[in-house]
Design a protein around this ligand. Structure first.
Ligand code: SF4
Ligand code: SF4
Length: 428
């Protein structure tokens, strides 16, 4: 493979070296090193592509140290598409320097065995639940060090009742406003099935008929972020076909920011596939985050009629922006507007709400110490708000905050925005 194909050189040329992105970057904040900043990484990519540097261990480590949080994209005046560049470089690195046999097996099991198969996900969830029930997770800290500690602080796998899939059709409540499709997702049904059901209930309360896509498992976001680009493309094609089979034109509503950001970019992902690129772009245009769907005037008006006080949500409440919602999709105001609709709910702003919590997909597992170091300043910011409830909208962030809150013993409940709204729905 040539140096050029290791790096998305054309995109790297967009950078004008202004440095505005430096202070927003969590890895630059940790190290103070230019090499660990967006500008530094782009400089490295360009040097490799132009033959001025080798794609050595430092290069590889900097590509993997990045959380792909895309905070740098939000402040970049030149419109550098950093997330796309990182996915490209990680994919090329994986082909150029395949990992050792153990890591290869782990990646195969994770990406091809578990994530893409409902049976594999169920089996993994059942295994983790058995470990948690037998308290074997207490043994993981001495055996696995920091990774073991994180394993011990993983959210409890709920019982089978909560892990059931969404019904194929949930009828609208009251006057119907058309159909939407929803994504059940890969890990969501196993760890956060209650969130998917809350999303469905809230959408139905605003007059939407809600249809799930029972055949579908994974949108491929984790594959793309971790360089498994061929499989990410296959999963994108499969996702589009399976959703279109249920409804070919309804909006596709997503309650997981990472999946939503990825699915909105299916057009870019399949741009080199003449058979699929137009279909992928039209599909991507139908994808909306749950907060975008609910903040539309008609839905908000219906929600206002349905929400009531006496929901028992502990205040003050603070919103933490998932990176793939605010930086990946530009959605910032809608979640705050929706929280402000809930009667009796006191919302407080958290400083640095739009900075990364360190979750970043499987980064928590791959780089546990860096992941926790990125979370630390956020835990301090949470303390300063005095919040008793932290609200997010992405399973990775949800899990990371639960790990942080569990580790520090804070009495803060972590909820998805859909859960907050569902709790506040007027009883029928
Ligand atoms: S994506 Fe995030 S971690 Fe990576 S360079 Fe940009 S700001 Fe830094
Ligand atoms: S803000 Fe954009 S143009 Fe400026 S250094 Fe960062 S990536 Fe380059």
């Amino acid at each position: 493979m040539s140096r050029e194909t290791l790096v998305d050189h054309a995109r790297a040329l967009d950078c004008i070296h202004c440095g505005l992105c430096l202070t927003t970057c969590p890895t630059y904040q940790l190290t103070g090193s230019e090499t660990s900043s967006p500008r530094g990484r782009i400089h490295l990519m360009r040097a490799v592509a132009e033959g001025r540097a080798e794609p050595d261990a430092t290069f590889e480590d900097e590509m993997n140290f990045c959380l792909v949080c895309r905070h740098c994209e939000s402040v970049c005046p030149a419109g550098v598409e950093f997330g796309a560049m990182m996915e490209f470089s990680r994919g090329a690195l994986l082909e150029r320097r395949p990992p050792g046999p153990l890591a290869r097996i782990a990646r195969w099991v994770g990406f091809r065995g578990i994530l893409v198969r409902r049976a594999g996900l169920r089996l993994a969830a059942m295994g983790l639940r058995a470990v948690q029930l037998l308290r074997l997770d207490a043994l993981t800290s001495p055996l696995l060090g920091l990774r073991g500690q994180i394993f011990r602080n993983l959210p409890r796998v709920p019982d089978a009742h909560e892990r059931r899939p969404l019904p194929p059709v949930t009828p609208a409540k009251g006057a119907e406003r058309g159909t939407v499709l929803v994504l059940d997702g890969c890990v969501m049904p196993e760890l956060f099935g209650r969130v998917n059901r809350a999303m469905t209930d809230v959408l139905a309360a605003t007059g939407r008929e809600v249809r799930s896509v029972p055949k579908h498992v994974c949108c491929g976001a984790l594959h793309a972020h971790n360089g498994e680009l061929d499989q990410a493309e296959d999963l994108a094609r499969k996702t589009i076909a399976q959703f279109d089979e249920v409804h070919g034109s309804a909006p596709v509503v997503i309650d997981s920011a990472g999946c939503g950001a990825h699915m909105k970019e299916y057009g870019r992902l399949l741009a080199n596939d003449p058979e699929w690129r137009d279909r992928a772009s039209s599909f991507a245009a139908r994808v909306v985050d749950l907060t975008e769907e609910l903040a539309a005037p008609e839905a908000t008006a219906r929600l206002q009629e349905e929400l009531c006080d006496g929901h028992g949500i502990k205040g003050p409440v603070t919103w933490d922006d998932p990176c793939h919602l605010c930086h990946g999709q530009g959605v910032r105001e809608q979640p705050r507007q929706l929280l402000d609709l809930v009667p009796g709910l006191e919302r407080v702003e958290m400083s640095g709400a739009d900075s990364c919590c360190g979750s970043a997909g499987i980064y928590t597992v791959l780089r546990p110490q860096d992941s926790l170091d990125v979370l630390d300043p956020k835990l301090e910011s949470l303390d300063q708000t005095g919040a008793k409830t932290l609200v997010t909208a992405n399973p990775g962030c949800h899990q990371q905050w639960q790990i942080g809150v569990g580790k520090t013993g804070k009495e803060v409940e972590v909820l998805h925005l859909a859960e907050v709204l569902e709790r506040a729905l007027r009883p029928r």
